[in-house]
Ligand binder design. Structure first.
Ligand code: BV8
Ligand code: ZN
Length: 248
């Protein structure tokens, strides 16, 4: 895509309340493996149902803790990519809210001020018995300093409810949006996958950024075949040209 299509350009320039729904593909160009890339994907060596569930943690807390410790270390040494930075810059010129399925914290690191983490953040650990966020000491998993129960990553596992209020906030910003982007998501995991369709039902234009087709592609107003780091800077730049035009 050299230039966004004219109707998208118009939408980008007019947008005042943008929501970016982001999935694992958003962080792929930062070096964080996605879940579905069969060969290199996170799940290629692990079965999500085998690890990202409360049952797996109850059954084998050491293995689950070590997997997240490995991911935390990986995420700790990568940087936000041009796509994260483009969304953060755009957010300084317009009202841009990030609603992310990712647990890597890279949007906040890039400077985005409004980030709703639907599935938590693996940089935080919480007490598995409910004492709240705890800083992990030694141990795999470390014991809660309050009650001694094992700590767990502060992420939402399959079969678990999303954080209190996160889905409601996400639905509220999607319903108030005048442009929704869906970036780097395979649209498989509920309830996050429903959000772009909520926008469409609301008559809000939806643009998808993904090198591959997804269940959203056929219904999105624009389905841009490209990567987050390549396309988001162009979309953000087109949106900022609104300033020049509207000043005329
Ligand atoms: C809930 C945190 C209700 C943890 C994650 C059957 C059995 C069990 C459960 C279910 C079931 N059927 C439905 C369910 C519900 C389940 C679900 O949806 N399962 C799926 C598998 C069908 N959902 C849940 O369990 C949710 N909770 O429903 O609770 C409830 C009700 C009552 C009582 C109790 C509970 C909780 C779901 C959250 C799970 N946690 N993450 C962790 O990270 O370890 S999900 C995790 O996987 C991610 O957060 C993300 O959501 C998902 C991966 O999806 P994507 O982000 O889309 O990434 P993916 O790799 O799939 O795709 C990458 C895309 O990027 C691709 O399209 C690719 O083309 C593109 N791409 C690649 N490179 C780039 C790119 N795009 C742009 N640029 C690039 N460079
Ligand atoms: Zn505790």
């Amino acid at each position: 895509m050299s230039e966004p299509p004219e109707d998208l350009l118009h939408c980008l320039r007019a947008a005042r309340r943008v929501v970016a729904l982001t999935g694992a593909g958003m962080s792929a160009e930062s070096g964080v493996p996605t879940f579905r890339a069969a060969q290199t994907g996170l799940w290629a060596r692990f079965d999500p149902m085998d690890l990202a569930t409360p049952e797996a943690f109850d059954r084998d807390p050491v293995r689950v803790w070590q997997w997240y410790a490995w991911r935390r270390e990986l995420v700790g040494r990568v940087a936000p990519n041009a796509g994260h930075r483009a969304l953060a810059d755009w957010g300084r010129r317009a009202h841009v809210t990030i609603v992310t399925q990712n647990v890597d914290g890279l949007h906040q690191q890039a400077g985005s001020a409004e980030v709703i983490e639907l599935h938590g953040n693996l940089r935080r650990s919480v007490c598995s018995a409910g004492c709240g966020v705890q800083s992990p000491g030694a141990g795999e998993p470390p014991p809660c300093p309050q009650c001694g129960a094992p700590l767990r990553p502060d992420v939402v596992w399959f079969g678990e409810l999303l954080p209190e209020g996160a889905l409601e906030s996400a639905m509220a910003v999607v319903q108030a949006a005048d442009l929704v982007l869906s970036v780097g998501s395979s649209n498989q995991v509920q309830p996050a996958a429903e959000l772009p369709f909520l926008a469409l039902r609301n008559g809000c234009p939806v643009a998808e950024v993904n090198p591959e087709a997804t269940p959203l592609s056929a219904q999105a107003d624009w389905s841009l075949r490209g990567t987050a780091a390549a396309l988001l800077p162009r979309l953000a730049a087109a949106a900022s040209r609104r300033g020049a035009e509207s000043d005329e």
